[in-house]
Design a binder for this molecule. Structure first.
Ligand code: DCP
Ligand code: CA
Length: 407
């Protein structure tokens, strides 16, 4: 079989870099996107100058200010990042159809056999970086390897403004000296378990007997063992029609406040419903997701008898699931999310004969029309009103804490 050539392309300090294009005075300075430090919240993106002070994504803004008082703190604008992301993906799609976007600023390209067009894969990567710089003004980093996991780690190590190619056959020796935390999927919990087994580097993980890893980590151990050995046969999967739609919010501060949790769930549920209707889809399955203060994460789902695209049904179902979940767990909540799956084309359902379902459909259509014209928060249900005091607003809705997008 032909050795694959996979590229992982990731924009450097994405949110910050977009702000620096808009305002060149911010270049070369410690800059943080995430909000003003007098507001609760966390760093979404830090410039490399700010990282020199120890700042990183996920750090509370107050801590960031303490470590680096001279940093410039910016609220940021999610719609702008989304638009930039679309232009970034369009450049990549122009170069290869085998494109898999992973997050707003990160994608894999399968470029196996593209030498004939570009001279070499290395040259192709140089060209991609140049186009991203010329057309978007943004710095990027690219890793090239025979599989996804090695390409991703190579891109990460090459940052900022890097390009690192791992020759086929050298995957294991490239990974071996790296700390295990560099392996995607290893969070603090897994790291601790592995450290407890005397494993600190990816090489040590690769050499560990599979049975030992499986007894401690189950199938996940097997997955990590393969990756540590530079073996990863996951394909590049071009985005297909969405199989699910979801929205989630990480709170600046963990919360037990019922009305805040319900308001956020409703707001997020409405965004999901609007998205469903925009795509002319209905969903049969509603899922909520909760991450607690200790980072443990649960999902709860319910399948409906009839597929729906109504905000009210999505939220009511989510609320029932939320109430059950909260009665079982007393910890504060760090993240709340709601999603729908099992999507079908929005056909006229039989129970449309039922006039209450028909009224709901008309109501939601009217709400969508008004929101398209005047912005998402032009219409609000009573329950989401408390969000007004907590999150800044824009035409596009509330500027909620963006969840971690790539981890
Ligand atoms: N992001 C976020 N919250 C996080 C992590 C990231 O909102 N906890 C957002 C802001 C980032 C963007 O996602 O700009 C991309 O995430 P990356 O992890 O790729 O981080 P950066 O692009 O900022 O930096 P890097 O140069 O390390 O890729
Ligand atoms: Ca990035």
């Amino acid at each position: 079989m032909m050795t694959r050539r996979i590229m992982h392309i990731d924009l450097d300090a994405f949110f910050v870099s977009v702000e620096q294009v808009l305002n060149p005075e911010l270049r070369g300075k410690p800059v943080v996107v995430g909000g003003k430090p007098d507001r609760r919240g966390v760093v979404a993106s830090a410039s490399y100058e700010a990282r020199a002070f120890g700042l990183h994504a996920g750090m509370p803004l107050v801590t960031a200010r303490r470590l680096c008082p001279q940093a410039i703190f910016i609220e940021g604008s999610f719609p702008r990042y989304r638009e930039t992301s679309q232009r970034f993906m369009a450049i990549l799609a122009d170069l290869s159809p085998y494109l898999e976007p992973v997050s707003l600023d990160e994608a894999y390209l399968d470029v196996t056999g593209f030498e004939s067009i570009h001279g070499s894969i290395h040259q192709m990567a140089v060209n991609i970086k140049q186009r991203i710089k010329d057309e978007l003004g943004l710095p990027s980093s690219i890793g090239i390897a025979s599989c996804k996991v090695v390409a991703k780690i190579a891109a990460e190590l090459s940052k900022p403004d890097g390009l690192l190619k791992i020759t086929a056959g050298e995957e294991r020796s490239f990974l071996a000296p790296l700390p295990i935390a560099k392996l995607p999927g290893i969070g603090t919990k897994t790291e601790r378990i592995l450290n407890g087994l005397g494993i600190n580097t990816i090489g040590e993980l690769a050499n560990m007997p599979l049975s030992t890893l499986k007894s401690h980590l189950g199938v996940f151990g097997e997955f990590l063992h393969r990756h540590a050995n530079g073996i990863d046969d996951r394909k590049i999967e071009p985005p297909s029609a969405a199989k699910s739609i979801s929205r989630e919010t990480t709170f600046g501060e963990d919360t037990k406040d019922r009305s805040l949790l319900e308001a956020t769930l409703q707001y997020r549920g409405e965004r999901v419903g609007a998205d469903l209707r925009k795509r002319d889809k209905q969903a049969k399955c509603i899922t909520i997701k909760l991450r607690y203060a200790d980072f443990s994460t649960i999902t709860r789902r319910r399948t409906l008898v009839q597929a729906t695209d109504a905000d009210q049904t999505i939220f009511d179902t989510g609320l029932k699931l939320l109430k059950i979940a909260l009665s079982q767990e007393r910890q504060p909540v760090r993240l709340i999310g709601i999603g729908v799956s099992n999507l079908t084309e929005a056909g006229r359902q039989l129970d449309m004969l039922d006039s209450s379902a028909q009224k709901l459909e008309q109501l939601n259509k009217a709400i969508d029309r008004i929101r398209r014209k005047y912005g998402f928060t032009a219409i609000q249900s009573g329950r989401t009103l408390p969000l007004k005091d907590i999150f800044p607003q824009s035409d596009n809705g509330y500027t909620l804490q963006t969840p971690s997008l790539s981890r």
